[in-house]
Design a protein around this ligand. Structure first.
Ligand code: FDA
Length: 301
């Protein structure tokens, strides 16, 4: 698959250096990342809010290797909650559990997630747990279930490409949190994930229909693919409970504004921070044209 090939190239250390340390690489990153500081993310969130778009703030980082790094990540999220309140933003928070310690010590990750959920609750907002590689799906859902039972202001991402996702929805819809449905951004094998574009799309449509018909959850439909958005727009005509679209900062900006202008809730995922490289590689793998854009800029100087 093209996705696996692009991710394999970008995982090499020379590619990483080439992208992180050259002006063309940083220019591509600027399209998708709101900046390296919390202040820059707050400024981006402010301007998105001013255009009628809601925001989810993501302090970039994943797969940290020490407890100190997990504490720093937790503190960055507590500062983020403080900044959301201070700036009066219409924003929630997205977290990756491998940034909070999942994989090193799952108990620490659960504890940090609880602290972030409490801080979010104090400012009247929610926390979404991103979904990472399939090796972490079961642990992620387990940590989410406990945090949602304890605090009640969380949600979780579910990936349509995973074979297990329909069963996971049956398990988590009754918990009442919001559920972000996305296609899935990692390289996964055929024993756990659909490999073909049309199979993934079919799965997405099946799961989005299920979510839109579930009054007990708030569906967050996370896609830029009009083929996936259209059936959701039709289903929304008979839904009275809240739901929203979610899209990534820098992807299909015109469509984001168009949907918001026509009265839909649209939330933009706003990543910020110094650890932007793995996030950028996934955006390149989704659309190899992004990698070509970088390559051309590099050759052209
Ligand atoms: P698709 O990839 O078919 O794209 C549809 C169209 O959108 C393309 O034709 C192009 O125009 C545009 N587009 C999409 N990606 C682009 C890019 N990178 N650059 C430029 N244009 C692009 N994944 C995951 O595994 N775990 C998670 O927690 C999340 N969280 C998440 C949150 C939000 C808010 C969104 C929108 C997405 C995620 N994802 C994710 C990523 C998701 O799984 C998926 O990889 C991307 O959204 C791309 O899939 P689309 O549904 O947009 O379709």
């Amino acid at each position: 698959m093209i996705r696996s090939a692009v991710l394999a190239i970008t995982e090499r250390s020379w590619t990483r250096r080439l992208i992180m340390d050259t002006p063309p690489g940083r220019r591509v990153a600027q399209r998708f990342v709101a900046g390296e500081t919390l202040a820059s993310a707050v400024a981006v969130a402010r301007s998105l809010n001013d255009e009628g778009l809601k925001v989810s703030m993501d302090h970039l980082g994943e797969h940290v290797t020490s407890v100190d790094e997990t504490i720093a990540a937790r503190d960055a999220y507590l500062a983020c909650a403080h900044a959301i309140a201070g700036a009066g933003l219409d924003a929630n928070i997205s977290v990756k559990l491998t940034q909070l310690g999942m994989g090193i010590d799952d108990g620490i990750a659960a504890e940090h997630l609880g602290e972030i959920a409490v801080a979010a609750k104090e400012i009247g907002t929610t926390v979404t747990v991103d979904m990472e590689e399939s090796t972490y799906t079961e642990t992620t859902i387990g940590i989410y279930e406990k945090a949602q039972a304890d605090h009640g202001n969380l949600g979780i991402a579910i990936q349509a490409y995973l074979l297990r996702s329909a069963a996971d929805l049956d398990r988590i819809i009754p918990l009442g949190g919001h559920i972000r449905l996305c296609k899935g951004a990692y390289a996964e094998s055929a024993d756990v994930a659909y490999q073909g574009v049309s199979e993934v799309n079919r799965s997405f449509d099946r799961l989005s229909a299920l979510l839109m018909a579930s009054p007990d959850t708030k569906p967050a439909i996370a896609s830029h693919d009009d083929g996936r958005l259209t059936p959701v727009l039709v289903a929304s005509e008979s839904r009275t409970e809240p739901w929203e679209f979610q899209m990534l900062y820098g992807v299909r900006r015109d469509r984001q504004r168009e949907l918001a202008t026509s009265g839909h809730d649209v939330r933009i995922y706003v990543p910020y921070g110094e650890a932007w490289y793995p996030y950028l590689t996934r955006r390149m793998a989704e659309r190899p044209a992004n990698l070509m854009f970088f390559a051309r800029a590099l050759v052209g100087g």
